[in-house]
Design a protein around this ligand. Structure first.
Ligand SMILES: [Cu+2]
Length: 253
């Protein structure tokens, strides 16, 4: 959303129960706050009209025709206002956000690439190691913990081993499906170091509530050090006979 409205998310993001720490998440906060505020206003107008007409009709016994006409006029005004103030701005803002951010996956040397394999009920993460290629012994694989550097774009490839899951990081205002029929893609960038919750937002079986992970955002030098050490360690420990080491795919850029 542009202009003053666009500042809504930036203004209110830090005061949300889960503060927004992502580069583009304020766009989602803006849409959410705007939709909630306008819907609440429309709801109040509708309830107020119903109450006023009920009281007036009961007291004065006015003839039904003018009352019907007034009600129809109010209904038309509310519907028109909803369309002009809620639907149109939301659709156009969402289209703009899609075109500018969510529909455009960043590329280039700066990008951190991660393969995410969801399963009942855990998250598997794979980073290309020191050689920069996926499917090699120095890949860094982790369970339920994703480490990324602050400030750099992180592109995810998501798949599922079994049923539909959804990768959800409330602090990033990011939610994306992972399904077993193919690869889905999304991206994010985090503005500050810290530890944030990863959840599954798609009901995926009886232990769905336990499908949680942690996003650890490190300052870039600490991340580079950690990746280099972990990658060397992975190459050292690599066991080709272990089938758990073999998941992964050709990264879809
Ligand atoms: Cu799940």
């Amino acid at each position: 959303m542009t202009g003053a409205l666009g500042a809504l998310g930036t203004l209110l993001g830090p005061y949300s129960p889960v503060p927004d720490v992502s580069q583009e998440g304020s766009r989602v906060t803006t849409l959410f706050v705007y939709a909630t505020t306008v819907s609440a206003a429309v709801f109040a107008i509708v309830v107020l009209s119903v109450v006023v007409f009920a009281l007036r009709g009961g007291r004065k016994r006015i003839s039904p025709r003018p009352a019907e006409r007034s009600l129809a006029a109010i209904a038309l005004a509310v519907a028109g206002a909803t369309f002009l103030l809620l639907d149109l701005p939301l659709v156009s803002a969402a289209q703009k956000d899609l075109a500018e951010v969510y529909g455009r996956i960043p590329g280039g040397a700066d990008v951190i690439r991660v393969e995410v394999l969801a399963q009942q009920w855990a998250w598997n993460f794979r980073l290309a190691g020191n050689d920069g290629a996926f499917g090699t012994p120095d890949d860094v694989v982790s369970l339920n913990v994703l480490r990324v550097p602050e400030g750099r774009p992180v592109v995810l490839n998501l798949r599922s081993k079994d049923v539909l899951h959804a990768f959800f990081v409330p602090a990033l205002r990011l939610k994306h499906d992972a399904h077993p029929a193919g690869t889905t893609r999304t991206w994010f960038a985090v503005r500050e170091p810290g530890t944030f919750e990863i959840a599954c937002s798609q009901f995926c079986g009886f232990a769905h509530y336990r499908m949680r992970g942690t996003l650890e955002v490190l300052p870039p030098p600490a991340y580079a050090r950690w990746l280099a050490e972990e990658s060397a360690e992975s190459a050292f420990r690599f066991d080709p006979a272990n089938p758990a080491a073999a998941w992964g795919w050709e990264f879809v850029p």
